[in-house]
Write a protein that binds this ligand. Structure first.
Ligand SMILES: O=P(O)(O)OC[C@H]1O[C@H](OP(=O)(O)OP(=O)(O)O)[C@H](O)[C@@H]1O
Ligand code: HPA
Ligand SMILES: [Mg+2]
Length: 173
């Protein structure tokens, strides 16, 4: 086991996710929203965020992309590991990500989803690490901006572990 320091506590996460859900509920009033979860990291955030979206119909689909594998830094090549089950044509999409780091995963995803003719695409990320950006991407909803440190927990892994932590931590090395 590694020594892990809390960066964002479970209470802080929950409070911010509640606010994001409220904001999305207001912005999409009278519409229907289709959440696209980017596996595996996005799963915790997507589940908790979806519970905070109220009074509008919510549907969900899941996609798995991989650029990191078991590495600490991105290989630069993004692959589809699992595609969506349903068509996104004519839908209001919100891509739900755990983190935007280099921006490669998200820019690739936005690019391929645009070709599938949704009505709109917005991006909601729990964490943003702007210092590491290589490709510019538009972020519509953001939980927290974080410094250039490797983080884990709440969906984010280090060598596939620690996704189950209920908070965001950094590893003391
Ligand atoms: O902005 P980027 O530099 O592209 O990094 C962000 C992406 O990297 C991580 O996924 P990863 O490929 O590790 O897959 P995982 O979610 O299954 O851990 C994370 O969940 C984001 O999807
Ligand atoms: O800081 C990070 N931690 C875990 N996975 C990641 N994928 C991109 N950045 C990170
Ligand atoms: Mg990962």
């Amino acid at each position: 086991m590694h020594n892990i320091k809390t960066l964002i506590s479970a209470d802080e996460l929950n409070a911010r996710i509640k606010e994001l859900g409220k904001q999305i509920s207001e912005d999409y009033k009278g519409k229907e929203v289709h959440l696209i979860c980017v596996l595996k990291g996005g799963v915790m955030f997507m589940v908790d965020l979806s519970k905070q979206i109220q009074d509008i119909p919510v549907t969900m689909d899941f996609m798995a992309l991989s650029s990191y594998g078991n590495e600490v830094s991105s290989s630069g090549v993004v692959k589809i590991v699992k595609d969506l089950d349903e068509s996104v044509e004519g839908k209001e999409l919100i891509i739900v990500e755990d983190i935007i780091d280099s921006g490669r995963t998200l820019s690739y995803l936005v690019h391929i989803l645009k070709d599938r003719k949704p009505n709109s695409i917005r991006v909601c990320t729990l964490l943003d690490k702007p210092d590491r950006r290589v490709i510019d991407v538009q972020v519509d909803y953001k939980g927290f901006e974080i410094p250039d440190k490797f983080v884990l927990g709440y969906g984010l892994d280090y060598m596939q572990r620690y996704r189950n932590l209920p908070y965001i931590g950094t590893m003391d090395s």
